[in-house]
Design a binder for this molecule. Structure first.
Ligand SMILES: [Zn+2]
Ligand SMILES: [Zn+2]
Length: 334
């Protein structure tokens, strides 16, 4: 099969992904082989490639927003049939027995493995997945629309829930910092729930994009929206934004950090946090988050805006992502 392989970490500007012929993997027990149709490109892929996420396995095939069809079924994976369309997400598998799994927090599992970081992912013609960890994809979405839902969408949804917006909340104000793939989906859920979205981005194109999608206000990260916000989500990986977000947060409000990596957070004046403001990170997601999000996404239905690249252009897609040049989500067509 054709696959984009990362041999060693390097800045994406050096085009470190190499398109090669690799052996097609075979599904083991409770696994399926998926023929990849498309694979979404996520900022986490960039963190894996550039080494902000310490490499655990090299070489590795990145990619964790896979939409494809079941090609082969391994022993003991009866829930699926050959030809079924599935989504393969970041959470490859959990142990199911640690204290976090038993407490319904499998996103924090002590022995979780992750697609495209600890096991090969979807920048390839085929990928192996755990049968119990793939999602059925609602009919209303075609492959390219569905791919960004799997990480950008689900993590954005969990971030919104953890920021305090858990359902319809007319008149609540949500700040979103960084207006890439996750934000452009999260805003659609927020508006569906009657929430007013305030978009903060360093990039003028992204501010316009946010307004096109219904943001009531858009500005730079330190601009003052002249109202206080109930909740904020920071998707951009810049620690300084924590201070910016706390400055415009209401008493009792919450800032959720949606990224897996962030540059150092500057010292926080206690007055910014006092009055029960909450600052919290978001780590991975549970399978239930994914199911809940896909149900809401199909109800709306979410329209993901995508920019399509060929598999051979994976380096170019990631370069564009790094430099804010993607409107919506980048997706590789396999
Ligand atoms: Zn566990
Ligand atoms: Zn991701």
């Amino acid at each position: 099969m054709k696959a984009c392989l990362l041999h060693s970490i390097a800045p994406i500007e050096q085009n470190p992904l190499e398109l090669i012929e690799a052996p097609t993997p075979q599904p083991g027990k409770n696994q399926i082989l998926v023929k990849v149709g498309v694979c979404g490109v996520c900022r986490t892929d960039l963190h894996v490639i550039e080494g902000e996420l310490a490499p655990q396995v090299l070489p590795i095939i990145p990619g964790h927003q896979i939409i494809g069809r079941v090609e082969r079924i391994g022993e003991g994976a009866p829930r699926l049939k050959v030809g079924d369309r599935v989504g393969v997400p970041w959470l490859h598998r959990t142990d199911g027995v640690c204290e976090f799994c038993r407490a319904g927090q499998e996103n924090l599992c002590e022995h979780a493995t992750f697609t495209g970081w600890l096991v090969n992912g979807g920048y390839a013609e085929y990928a192996v997945a755990q049968a119990d960890f793939v999602y059925p994809i609602p009919e209303v979405f075609n492959d390219e629309e569905a791919a960004p839902l799997l990480c950008a969408g689900i993590i954005g949804f969990r971030s919104m829930r953890l920021s305090g917006i858990t359902g319809p909340s007319p008149g609540k104000r949500l700040g979103i910092y960084g207006f890439g793939a996750a934000a452009h989906i999260a805003i659609q859920v927020a508006r569906h729930w009657g929430v007013d979205v305030y978009a903060f981005s360093r990039d003028e194109r992204h501010r316009r994009f946010a307004c096109d999608l219904g943001a009531v206000w858009a500005g730079g990260s330190d601009d003052d929206p002249s109202v206080k916000l109930d909740s904020a989500i920071i998707f951009a990986p810049a620690g300084g934004l924590v201070i910016s977000a706390l400055k415009v947060l209401k008493k009792g409000g919450c800032v959720a950090l949606g990224g897996i990596h962030m540059s150092q957070i500057p010292p926080i004046d206690y007055n910014l946090l006092y009055h029960e403001r909450v600052l919290r990170s978001v780590a991975n997601n549970t399978r239930q988050d994914g199911l809940d999000f896909l149900r809401v996404a199909a109800e709306i239905p979410i329209k993901a805006q995508t920019q399509i690249f060929d598999l051979a252009e994976a380096n170019a897609a990631l370069n564009a992502l790094k430099h804010d040049a993607v409107r919506g989500a980048a997706v590789l067509q396999i």
